[in-house]
Design a protein around this ligand. Structure first.
Ligand code: MN
Length: 445
């Protein structure tokens, strides 16, 4: 059996604007040091550098390379990606790609042709590429449409005997790991391990994890660059060395490549007295972040969360503005630290405001109803993008604008009754995605 190295990454979401929009720039205009232009690109550039430096045989990309709708306006994201693939080609490194629920095949139009070293697995059925010199077989299947069901993972071939088998798959896996996200190609770890592939190169779940599988590595690399304050911690790719047809714990590594790293610094104020106390607590958290190993090679975006119960009177238990001012000044003085937000989640200690049991019960009830309502709003919004009446309405209301656009844009000139509804459906999907993002919810990663 041959020995070789490869890189596995997923969920690049290249050029995604979430970093820009989620970051509270509006609140801090002028406070910030310069924001990196394209954090998702900078992280991917580092991946290509790593591939060349480590002389890997190939790079596996397991879906959601593109945000999808962001490709609509111009092709710059795809052309940037093509240039990266050419850098691999110049170094005799191959690329294997499956599309995921964001960049599903039928939603990607006007893509450039890829260099010859790149293989994109089709959506209609799983494909297999054999690399004879490496004694390796690579299996994969792209999402043809945005939603694929259980049959998707079932359609993969079993491992070919005598070869090292790798399978690329974009999947939300089983319900326990989905954490409220929608189902995409659901399957179980047991089901995947039973196929006999030595390595499942998975994508979709943005948190890096290696799932125990019998004689099979089931690996989510996580995303390459955290996109917002809830995607905290190191983000990067897997660097894997296959030695005589085997992977061992020592030869599989997660390599951080993020250029902006998100952190949550929780400071518990129970017992804290003055603003100075709070600032000194926050200060030691920030020092911990910037003095950690390798910290100086990237920007750290920090959400400060002030939590706990305080016995001080409600009206002045936290002087939010004073702490924010202090935090922003601290940021201006410290290279590599951005304060994304100061979230005040402090509640008064029960002794500060004595509540009757029925008042507590009432508050709990309100809390539960609010949680249920936000789930309902999300469900209704997600349903609207399938609403025929709404699409029809959009066709009529945009027909004038669309017909006045130049032909070269390649947008169908929509006339009511004979319009191409896929464009309008995409508009609606994008609108829903933005509304959910505004509300701090996701339409499915
Ligand atoms: Mn995905």
């Amino acid at each position: 059996m041959a020995s070789f190295k490869f890189i596995h990454a997923a969920d690049l979401h290249l050029d995604t604007s979430a970093l820009r929009t989620t970051f509270n720039l509006e609140n801090h205009r002028g406070d910030f040091p310069k924001e990196p232009e394209h954090p998702t690109r900078a992280a991917f550039d580092k991946l290509i550098d790593l591939a060349i430096r480590e002389r890997v045989a190939f790079v596996l990309l397991a879906g959601d390379l593109f945000e999808g709708s962001s490709l609509g306006r111009d092709n710059r994201t795809a052309l940037y990606f093509r240039q990266c693939m050419k850098r691999l080609e110049e170094n005799n490194i191959r690329g294997f790609i499956v599309w995921g629920n964001h960049d599903y095949e039928s939603g990607l139009t006007r893509l450039p042709d890829w260099p010859a070293n790149v293989h994109v697995f089709p959506g209609d059925e799983p494909g297999i590429v054999k690399l004879d010199q490496l004694n390796c077989a690579i299996h994969g299947r792209s999402f043809g449409v945005r939603h694929v069901g259980q049959e998707f993972a079932d359609s993969y071939e079993r491992a070919l005997s005598g070869l090292f088998n790798i399978a690329l798959l974009h999947t939300s896996l089983d319900p326990e790991r989905r954490g409220g996200h929608q189902e995409y190609a659901p399957c179980t770890p047991e089901q995947l391990a039973a196929r006999g592939h030595q390595y499942w190169a998975l994508g979709h779940i943005h948190q890096h994890q290696i799932i125990p599988g019998k004689n099979s590595w089931l690996v989510f690399p996580g995303n390459l660059q955290g996109r917002h304050a809830r995607e905290t911690g190191p983000k990067g790719c897997m660097l894997v060395e296959v030695s005589n047809g085997r992977i061992s714990e020592d030869t599989i590594r997660h390599i951080p490549l993020d250029v902006v790293r998100w952190h949550e610094a929780e400071v518990n104020l129970s017992g804290a007295g003055t603003d100075e106390d709070i600032c000194s607590e926050v200060n030691s958290k920030l020092n911990g972040i910037i003095s950690s190993p390798g910290a100086d090679s990237r920007v750290h975006a920090v959400r400060i969360r002030l939590t706990g119960n305080t016995r001080a009177p409600l009206k002045d238990f936290v002087n939010r503005k004073a702490i924010e001012n202090w935090a922003v000044a601290r940021m201006q003085d410290t290279r590599g630290i951005w304060i994304e937000d100061v979230a005040v989640e402090v509640s008064p200690a029960e002794s500060a405001i004595p509540l009757e049991p029925d008042q507590i019960a009432l508050l709990r009830g309100i809390e539960q109803e609010m949680a249920a309502a936000s789930g309902e709003i999300r469900r209704v919004l997600l349903e609207t993008s399938h609403c025929k009446d709404l699409i029809r309405h959009l066709e009529i209301s945009t027909s004038h604008e669309l017909s006045s656009l130049p032909e070269e844009l390649g947008l169908k000139k929509a006339k009511p009754g004979q319009a191409d509804s896929s464009l309008h459906k995409a508009l609606l999907d994008e609108a829903v995605r933005r509304i959910l993002a505004e509300m701090g919810m996701e339409s499915g990663t």
